[in-house]
Design a protein around this ligand. Sequence first.
Ligand code: CAA
Ligand code: FAD
Length: 380
Amino acid sequence: MDFTLSEEHLMIQSAAREFAKNELLPGVIERDEHQKFPTEQIKKMGELGFLGMMVDPKYGGGGMDTLSYAIAMEEISKIDASASVVMSVNNSLVCWGLETYGSEEQKQKYLTRLASGEIIGAFCLSEPEAGSDATSQKTTAIDKGDHYILNGTKNWITNGGTADVYLVIAQTYPEKGHKGINALIVEKGMPGFEIGPKEQKLGIRGSDTHSLMFTDVKVPKENRIGEDGFGFTFAMKTLAGGRIGIASQALGIAAGAYELAKEYSKVRKAFGTEICNHQAIAFKLADMATQITAARLLVYKAARDKDNHENYDLSGAMAKLYASQVAMDTTIEAVQIHGGNGYVKEYHVERLMRDAKITQIYEGTSEIQKIVISRAVLKD
Ligand code: CAA
Ligand code: FAD
């Protein structure tokens, strides 16, 4: 399998790297400290085409492949994983879901503005009683002829306060289980739709996470995505691609921490020599480099599978499971290599360590990825 990057891929990589260095790095510590959403930076990412990378140009997107998106996600995540989760949700959950399964009217009305970053979107599956166990949806969307009446609560929603468009998964026919679930497009400001307070988080603190409450929200039937009862399949299919985005985010967090640790080890001296000359430190770098390379190959494989229209449920789950473990292991070691400096904010690695943890939780925990992987390999 050839993973040589094309000239176009290298250009995207360099553009994302420059943007991250020039626009995201200044202020990243402050945004993390104050849980400040990167409003200006996200606006610029939209202008540069980072928020609708894979969307067809006829809907205002970049028309790029999944590998381009993964490469850009890695570069942005090296510096600011809060900005990259906004990018990931908008690209791979909201835009991809709408472009692949939405009606032409829905694409004209919502996708063009989402792809350009004029507005951003949110994907609302998790509930207080239904996280990993996603088929147990309690939010209801009762069919009232030409509209649905939506009631319930969604938890932990990324872009919860900043989004304008929300893809909400809800149960219409409880007796049918997961086959009775629908996906609805809900707009901010629809009567009965309330946004809960912002969550206080360990990591990705610049991102905006909220619970959402729906009380008798009237959603027109033309806002349903796909056929009646397609909502759970919609969520699963969309998440399969989303996991490639989060795997790329985890890879970027790991690679960012590794680069910082490597540079630090070449200048910090202890016992009369740079610490990279102590084998204990050099071997940590060897492990990090090996694991990051392996994670990158898994991410590229999953992206290639998706671009080649092959099944990517398995490769995407493997990439997310492995890259998120590498992000955790690498960031912990990067803090260790920095010694006391690793424990303070200005050296960045403590933030990357806090950011890494979420990649093992959202878009399916590591345990859920193992369920997906084990079912696939046992079926083989
Ligand atoms: N594609 C299409 N259909 C799929 C599918 C896929 N990848 N995976 C499952 N399905 C279908 C199954 O075929 C089945 O349908 P049929 O009965 O018609 O065959 C149906 O979905 C139910 O599947 P299971 O019987 O396997 O259901 P389960 O209860 O055992 O659970 C699960 C499956 C994989 C664990 C699923 O519940 C799951 O993925 N849970 C994790 C939820 C998750 O990832 N949440 C993320 C929220 S978004 C987010 O987190 C965003 C962010 O942070 C930024
Ligand atoms: P639970 O499902 O209660 O799991 C608790 C523990 O039990 C986990 O370790 C889990 O792996 C384990 N477990 C559960 N079932 C099994 C099993 N069968 N076998 C083995 N172990 C199991 N959701 C959205 O819909 N949209 C978003 O935009 C979004 N953004 C998020 C942003 C943040 C910052 C956070 C923290 C969460 C976000 N989520 C979002 C929710 C996220 O997807 C869920 O937290 C995640 O899927 C896990 O669900 P849970 O929290 O209910 O944990």
